[in-house]
Design a protein around this ligand. Structure first.
Ligand code: PHB
Length: 390
């Protein structure tokens, strides 16, 4: 099998790249190990930056997002039992975020790609990449029990943190930067009305809580837990009691309901530098991971793709390689900005197991500074709604 751009992974990055390349008249094949049903049903992130929304809208895949997504003009930072609003609208000149689940983005992109006649090979497991230093790199994959090859001009590894593509860069040609946090997020979906019309980032002595939403009927919430904990040890009653304890203050209570999904998310920061080797380009989680506290993961993947699609399009238009050569450097600037922001939000809001009373007081001083300083709030707001794609 042969194509122009071989894309490994049908997550937001891989699908968006295939979509943008198609709009530039460039052919791609997407290789995805899982089934369409399974990726369309996997619960992941839920916050889209303004520029992610704009890119989807401008490229014709934003209709349902516009109809069904929830535009939020601020968030609440809550501690010591009180909420403080960060007003994105006022602090960023009218920018906002949209709450729209990642698997809904995936559904929209798959529908658009298949509608345009694209080849997405579901249930095809990539096993490795080859000849990436040549003009004819290859992806090896297994489909229906048979070994096959995809030969292309470029390979894009958008196959997530545990994908095979990153290993296509020899050990000596990249450096990894990582931090593993001694924290996990226990995520739930509950059939309940919203408890708040904006997201609440809540810092408490017992640990962080995030109150998010999916729809007027379904709420998404997270509470900080030990990453080695098991979901079974948390009954519905125990979860609600813990959430209510951490969020209490000023008479505020979360609206409870049946919890129908539970998961535990580990927290880590990771960057692979550079994000390119020969004709192999990494994008999204294959190259970098952020802890979920700043809601940057999905948006960062889309930002990578914005840069990469432009570079690949320029190559096919004029054989110019300058944008391709600059891809890693360009993408990494935004990646490190997001790394710092996610680390900042994580450290400001969570209880670290080794923290003592001094650390908590220092954390509270930082939160007080945030809510009393317009410049600190502007910094948070600008990073949260996301910098322009450029
Ligand atoms: C979510 O709704 O899943 C969500 C929202 C904000 C975050 C992380 C996750 O920072």
């Amino acid at each position: 099998m042969r194509t122009q751009v071989g894309i490994v992974g049908a997550g937001p990055a891989g699908l968006m790249l295939s979509h943008l390349l198609h709009l530039s008249g460039i052919e791609s094949v997407v290789i995805e190990s899982r089934t369409r049903e399974s990726i369309e049903a996997t619960i992941r992130a839920g916050v889209l930056e303004q520029s992610t929304v704009d890119l989807m809208t401008e490229t014709g895949v934003g209709d349902r997002l516009r109809r069904e997504g929830f535009v939020h003009h601020g968030i609440a930072i809550r501690f010591s039992g009180r909420s403080h609003r960060i007003d994105f609208q006022a602090l960023t000149g009218g920018r906002a975020i949209t709450v729209y689940a990642q698997h809904e983005v995936i559904k929209d992109l798959i529908r658009a790609r298949l509608g345009a006649g694209a080849t997405i090979l579901f249930g095809a497991r990539a096993t490795g990449v080859d000849d990436v230093q040549s003009a004819r790199p290859k992806v090896h994959f297994i489909r229906n029990g048979r070994d096959e090859d995809l030969s292309c001009d470029f390979v894009v590894g958008a196959d997530g943190s545990y994908g095979v593509c990153r290993a296509g860069i020899p050990e000596s040609a990249h450096q990894d930067y990582a931090r593993i946090y001694p924290l996990g997020w226990f995520g739930i979906l509950a059939k309940a009305p919203p408890s708040s019309n904006e997201l609440i980032y809540n810092s408490h002595e017992r640990g962080f809580v995030l109150v998010s939403t999916r729809s007027p009927q379904v709420q998404r919430m997270y509470f900080q837990c030990d990453p080695s904990e098991s979901v079974e040890s948390w009954s519905q009653d125990r979860i609600w009691a813990e959430l209510q304890t951490r969020i209490a203050g000023g008479g505020f209570r979360l609206k409870e309901g049946e919890i129908f999904q539970k998961d535990i998310i580990p927290m880590r920061s990771f960057v692979c530098e550079p994000m390119q080797y020969g004709r192999l380009f990494l994008a999204g989680d294959a190259a970098h991971i952020v802890p979920p506290t700043g809601a940057k993961g999905l948006n960062l993947s889309i930002a990578d793709i914005h840069v990469l699609a432009r570079a690949i399009s320029a190559y096919y238009a004029s054989k110019a390689t300058d944008l391709l050569d600059a891809y890693s450097t360009t993408a990494l600037r935004r990646v490190w900005r997001a790394q710092h922001f996610s680390y900042w939000m994580t450290s400001m809001l969570h209880r670290f197991p080794d923290a003592n009373a001094f650390d908590r007081k220092r954390q509270l001083a930082e939160l007080e500074l945030l809510i009393s300083s317009r410049s600190a709030q502007t910094l948070l707001a600008q990073n949260y709604v996301g910098l322009p794609l450029g």
